[in-house]
Design a binder for this molecule. Sequence first.
Ligand code: ATR
Length: 278
Amino acid sequence: MHNAALAALGLNWRYVACDVAVERLREAIAGAAAMKFVGLNLTVPHKLHALDCLDEIEPDAKAWGAVNTVVFEGRVPGGDWRPMRDCDPEGIVEVRSRGFNTDADAIVRSIQEDLSLPLAGARVVLLGAGGAGRTAALKLASAGVAELALINRTRAKAAELQREIAVQYPGTRTALEYPDHNVDLILNATSLGLRPDDPLPMDTARFPFARAAAVYDMIYRPAETPFLCHAARAGCKTANGLGMLLFQGAKALELWTGQRAPIEIMRQALVQHIYWKS
Ligand code: ATR
């Protein structure tokens, strides 16, 4: 999606994938800085370790404890720090790295845009309280959801998350059980559905799909998990996690280029690469 976007923006840049061992992350980042790269994306497990390897960490990345996007900045003698895209590579005397997190905002943007669902005041059942579930819960609370039912196999993790939300977002009511009323959204943030023989992430005897207006699955491969398939059959509006991938990438591209991301071109490239080529 990035190379398609770079071509559309007329930039003679390339986005390449590099395999880096965990213990060499610091060296890899220093190498990219030495080569005057514009920026980097980091994926698991690097996004968790990068906090210690960068010069500056933006508040979002601090809050989520993860960096998925790095922007390099350069300085010419006597000059100010500027993003690499605005620097004359010949004149740079110093480079620094800044870490961002574009994942968290992408969750809220994808749910709101792909399901046309305003989150302020919404009632939500959230399945999963692992890394993705925790980020989703805190982002949903910050977006002003009225009610969050936190359902997780390991109940203690959901309870911990409930305590965190009570402190940071007291305006959001939370529960550790399925609600006994209809909801606006069910969100799957568990890993169930990645494998074809996985059970459904929700106990449909206790909470039937018919009680929800919309269902979002963070999984995007397969495009339609059994969970989403059941939800669609029950008449729910559905969306998968492709939008999350798209919007975190679009935000990263905007940080590197300083230009508006060509969203539809990026979406087409993603769909083609993920669903047609594999
Ligand atoms: P991620 O970073 O993708 O969220 P994770 O932190 O390992 O990955 O979280 C995986 C989530 O899927 C957790 O909510 C996990 O439940 P537990 O907290 O009880 O481990 C959930 N999950 C994974 N396998 C599961 C299974 N077989 N049944 C129910 N929940 C499962």
